[in-house]
Design a protein around this ligand. Structure first.
Ligand SMILES: Cc1ncc(COP(=O)(O)O)c(C=O)c1O
Length: 410
């Protein structure tokens, strides 16, 4: 196929004139292809899918009921712009009740169409060409991608086991620190499952203030905290002076597809976010905002989801430990992040986690997600489909029997 006349017009941020010609296949596409091949090659063998990072259930019935009603009301039909007061007030109640954090719904809270969009827009508020965003890796890369779109740079902070999966803020070179405007952290962390305590958040506030850096704390998994009570960054003294926290209804309320979240914290930063957002979208459908407000007022929903994923992680850890993995129930999230095997007894050796993940899916129809950014790790998600606890137990028994035959070596 010959190139269209506009091939040379693509922006450098997408690869310029080479856009669309690369042969590199991204990790998640490789996994999808390997899954399709495993299903085609071994149709009789059940695919055990620990790869999906999406809740396996739909939103709770009371939330769907509010949605169904709101959907049919003519007053909900229009542009929602930067959001309705009813949702912001529900967020303020939730933040107070859950974390003891007082926020002014009119100025310190703004909704977003899922937290991904907020993380994509926040760099627009601060990043000029040459500015730096500090980002932890492995992690959710969206704020970094948009930093580079604006001509900024990303400085990667590895999350290593020897640092207890916290970034080493003291290791950042001074020339980077001088250009750094944004620090993006994410706790409970995806994929490591690490939960931050008051001490780490206090260190972040101090670091941000002394280096004049804005903090974005991505709290997408906050209601899936198993290690103590969920902790908001905004509970930390001084946190509101240095940044914002981004929340999502996706994971903690089974509302992945509904696209609803919020940004809260410093009034000037929330206002800057709202200005950028106002130039990108016209707000989430008001019916969705009303349903989300009802969800925030219902503690039962998050409790049940948290208990379910904690139960599943506990079962998975027991199975994996019996098969030689060195793992523990994570502090939060629905992911188990565990060192990848180096080889298989009387089988292949693996150069990295990606090779191990490819082997598991191709030879044993077990799907995981490999991470090689800061050591070789496999991520097992417990969002697999299973109708009841008996089905979960059956899936665990099948996982154990396949992994025991393999005999992984670490
Ligand atoms: C760490 C983290 N942040 C943010 C998101 C985005 O979530 P959403 O856009 O559904 O709110 C995800 C989703 O996978 C995530 O894992």
């Amino acid at each position: 196929m010959s190139d269209p006349y506009f091939q040379k017009l693509f922006a450098e941020r997408l690869g310029g004139a080479n856009y669309g010609k690369g042969t590199e296949i991204y990790k998640f596409e490789k996994i999808k292809r390997a899954k399709r091949k495993a299903l085609a090659d071994r149709p009789e063998r059940k695919l055990i899918d620990f790869g999906i990072g999406e809740n396996d259930e739909m939103a709770a019935e009371p939330v769907r009921r509010v949605m169904a009603e709101a959907l049919n009301r003519p007053e909900n039909r229009g542009y929602a712009d930067n959001g309705i007061a009813e949702f912001k007030e529900a967020v303020a109640r939730f933040m107070k009740h859950q974390f003891g954090v007082e926020l002014d719904p009119d100025g310190e809270i703004n909704h977003c169409i899922g937290s991904k969009t907020a993380l994509a827009m926040l760099p627009a508020t601060l990043i000029n060409p040459g500015d730096v965003t500090l980002m932890t890796v492995p992690g959710y890369p969206v704020a970094g991608t948009h930093t580079t779109y604006y001509g900024g740079e990303v400085y990667r902070l590895p999350l290593l086991k020897e640092n207890d999966f916290f970034p080493d803020l003291d290791s950042i070179p001074s020339d980077i620190l001088q250009r750094a405007k944004l620090l993006v952290i994410n706790y409970p962390n995806s994929p490591t499952g690490k939960v931050a305590g008051e001490e780490f958040f206090a260190r972040v506030v101090d670091f941000a203030r002394s280096n004049e850096i804005v903090v974005v704390q991505d709290a997408a998994h906050i209601m899936l905290t198993f290690d103590g009570k969920p902790l908001s960054f905004l509970q930390t003294p001084g946190a509101r002076d240095v940044g914002v926290e981004v929340h999502s209804l996706s994971k903690g309320w089974n509302m992945i597809g509904w696209r609803m979240g919020w940004v809260c914290g410093h009034r000037r930063l929330v206002g800057a976010f709202a200005d950028v957002k106002d130039n990108c979208d016209s707000g989430q459908f008001i019916a969705v905002q009303k349903a989300a407000a009802a969800a925030l007022d219902n503690d039962d929903i998050t409790r049940r989801i948290r208990e379910k994923y904690h139960r599943r992680l506990t079962k998975l850890v027991e199975v994996l430990r019996r098969c030689g993995f060195d793992c523990h129930v994570p502090g939060g999230s629905y992911f188990l992040y565990t060192p990848s095997p180096k080889s298989i007894v009387s089988g292949p050796a693996f150069d990295n986690a990606e090779a191990a993940a490819q082997y598991l899916i191709a030879e044993h129809s077990i799907c995981t997600v490999p991470w090689d950014d800061a050591g070789a790790y496999l991520r097992f998600s417990v969002t697999y489909e299973a109708d009841d606890e008996a089905a979960e137990d059956q899936l665990m028994a099948e996982t154990e029997s396949r992994l025991k035959q393999i005999q992984p070596v670490f």
